[in-house]
Design a protein around this ligand. Structure first.
Ligand SMILES: CC(=O)[C@@H](O)[C@H](O)COP(=O)(O)O
Length: 255
């Protein structure tokens, strides 16, 4: 089980809700993914405008935990304002802190992310910050008291997969809160690798929503995350420099 604060989830896949070709495809993709946590950008969701189409209306909200995110924020203050709006909607008490520091790479601003996380923790939110794969920043966030760390695999929407597995391993090794690899996942093998590294979960959006067949890809991601987790729990063999025969040589009959 994935445990975040006092909440437990059977699925380790967290799914974004942006950029699907249609609500119907999105609904089907979400269903086959078996994800229990859905993230959405508060700024892009018409949560206060009943007249506007809204994906959340299409869902049985009792089946999902909503994870609003502060996408669009460039400062800690903006992120906090967006988080308060999300809380006021009454839909959720968790928040994914996303403070972008570079509009080209979409990489997070470490200083503002730390600041926003601190402010939101003081206000009683369950805080899940999206961070870079910086090991020291991850430790500082955990020391603040965040409820999960969400380091990026690579830039949001890039589909480049895991660029720095070593840093992610260091973060996973040092963290006592769940580590959820967030952003940049491009294929099921990327998601499986994240889980094999020992991550507690994977958050992804574009790899599914922009796939040629989002529903099939949602299913593939679910299976990859389950396979990666099983592989991690099973314990992979050590890599060796030279070949080692798979069949025992001793005791074999010779002619
Ligand atoms: C939806 C969301 O929260 C994104 O900001 C997230 O980081 C996913 O990134 P990808 O689209 O690269 O999976």
């Amino acid at each position: 089980m994935l445990k975040i604060a006092d909440k437990e989830f059977a699925s380790r896949l967290l799914l974004g809700t942006g950029k699907y070709p249609s609500f119907d495809i999105q609904r089907e993709a979400v269903a086959v993914s078996e994800a229990e946590i859905l993230t959405f950008a508060v700024r892009r969701m018409n949560i206060f405008e009943a007249s506007q189409p809204n994906f959340l209306e299409q869902l049985d909200l009792k089946k999902y935990t909503l994870l609003p995110n502060t996408a669009g924020a460039k400062t800690a203050e903006e992120a906090v304002r967006i988080a308060r709006l999300a809380k006021a909607s009454g839909l959720c008490d968790m928040i994914k802190v996303e403070v972008i520091g570079c509009s080209r790479s979409l990489l997070p601003d470490p200083v503002e992310t730390l600041k926003a996380s601190e402010m939101l923790l003081e206000e009683g939110f369950i805080v899940l910050p999206y961070t870079s794969d910086d090991v020291v920043l991850a430790r500082r966030l955990e020391e603040l008291g965040v409820h999960a760390i969400m380091p990026g695999a690579s830039p949001i929407g890039s589909g480049q997969g895991i660029l720095n597995p070593l840093n992610l391993s260091f973060i996973i090794e040092q963290s006592k809160v769940p580590v959820i690899i967030d952003a940049g996942i491009g294929s099921p093998s990327d998601a499986a690798l994240a889980m094999e590294l020992g991550a507690d979960g994977v958050l992804l959006n574009t790899a599914v929503s922009a796939a040629s067949d989002p529903v099939k890809m949602a299913s593939a991601m679910k299976l990859a995350i389950e396979a990666g987790r099983l592989g991690y729990e099973a314990g992979r063999i050590q890599k060796k420099d030279y070949g080692v025969a798979s069949s025992p040589g001793e005791g074999m009959m010779t002619t």
